[in-house]
Design a binder for this molecule. Structure first.
Ligand SMILES: C[S@@+](CC[C@H](N)C(=O)[O-])C[C@H]1O[C@@H](n2cnc3c(N)ncnc32)[C@H](O)[C@@H]1O
Length: 351
């Protein structure tokens, strides 16, 4: 949707029986048709019109859209390929809202956009919320400041001279500030139509456009669901599989009096934002294992103490077994591990 001259569409058309490109600009369609012919495609069709109008009542296995998403000052010269409304999110939010009704069961939509927000970080209201009959995952990349954004986004004006460039930067910056957009970040939204609904927003410090991989996004969704359905070690394994060999953070929660103590897991940056409660004993097992995962302490973490608080038993055995079985924790060498907490070494062995 908003196929332009077809760079994305033709790439996807290689794996499709039929690929339909839509755009409000008939000139874009003419170029799409030309590009399709030049590249030997006979399965590509163009339809001209506003957003979903040309595909009313139809459903697709894959819907991909990179609509215009730049915040547009009222005085800017109009550009249909670029203008996303005052805050930049006018069009992509409409695509997100309409996508579920145009997906087959199990069909997937991938929508690229940008999201702005204040310093306080309300970027997260980005579209990763649950919607009926769908799962959605919103990956948000590293934000840049309004200043940096205005400088970068106006670069095209340089061809008209420095004075024009400077004027455009100032105009855009004034506009961004007036809209309360102190920060702007790229986003990729993946929506999958399925009976089992859920919605999540994840922040990544990567370039979500460059690194985006649909299979990975769908695996995120599955893992996320597993986590929410049962806060068990097994679901942790499913989630952590996304993040093997990277960092896991945890901190203790509870009153600090030894009762009801558990650890709170955060999977790494770019993975899952929300955590999972686990018995401290399982954490000690993880720490003793070491290999492949770096554990970092946060907050008021207190390890198992000499009095045996958090005594690992069957829970540790179970956790270790499941982690190994899942192939998540692999001890690379059978060199001695860091000394395990006494209670752990008394259990199932540290390797
Ligand atoms: C950023 S370009 C996307 C280019 C495209 N991804 C490609 O591979 O070349 C955005 C496109 O959305 C189209 N567009 C803008 N407003 C639209 C609307 N309301 N409905 C459909 N297409 C729209 C523009 O004409 C433009 O071709």
């Amino acid at each position: 949707m908003g196929c332009g001259a077809g760079a994305i569409l033709l790439h996807l058309a290689r794996g499709a029986a039929i690929a339909v490109g839509t755009d409000i600009n008939p000139r874009a369609g003419a170029f799409l048709v030309l590009n399709a012919r030049l590249n030997g495609f006979d399965n590509v069709e163009f339809r001209c019109g506003d957003l979903f109008a040309p595909v009313a009542g139809e459903r697709f296995d894959l819907l991909v859209s990179q609509p215009p998403f730049m915040p547009t000052p009222p005085a800017a010269s109009p550009a249909v390929f670029r203008d996303g409304g005052a805050r930049g999110d006018g069009l992509w939010r409409k695509v997100v809202a309409g996508a579920p009704d145009h997906l087959t069961e199990g069909g997937v939509a991938v929508i690229v956009g940008e999201i702005g927000g204040g310093i306080s970080g309300h970027l997260s209201q980005a579209g990763g919320e649950p919607r009926d009959g769908c799962q959605s995952l919103c990956l948000i990349g590293q934000p840049v400041s309004a200043e940096e954004y205005a400088i970068r986004a106006s670069i095209g004006a340089l061809k008209h001279g420095y004075a024009r460039y400077r004027g455009d930067v100032r105009m855009l910056l004034r506009h961004l500030r007036a809209c309360g957009l102190d920060l702007l970040a790229p986003l990729v939204l993946t929506i999958r139509r399925t009976a089992q609904a859920g919605g999540w927003t994840l922040r990544s410090d990567k370039d979500v456009w460059e690194d985006f991989d649909l299979d990975h996004a769908l695996r995120h969704i599955d893992a996320r669901l597993a986590l929410e359905e049962s806060a068990s070690t097994t679901s942790f394994v499913a989630a952590a599989d996304l993040a093997a060999a990277t960092l896991i953070r945890y901190r203790s929660v509870g009153a600090g009096d030894g009762r009801d103590e558990s650890a709170h897991l955060h999977l790494p940056r770019g993975a899952l934002r929300r955590g999972l409660e686990m018995p401290l004993a399982e954490w000690d097992a993880l720490e003793a294992l070491g290999g492949g995962i770096e554990l970092r302490h946060e907050g008021d973490w207190r390890p198992v103490d000499a009095a045996g608080r958090g005594e690992p038993g069957a829970a540790v055995a179970g956790a270790m077994t499941r982690l190994f079985e899942a192939g998540l924790l692999v001890v690379q060498e059978r060199a001695p591990l860091a000394p395990a907490p006494a209670a752990v070494s008394a259990g199932q062995g540290g390797d």
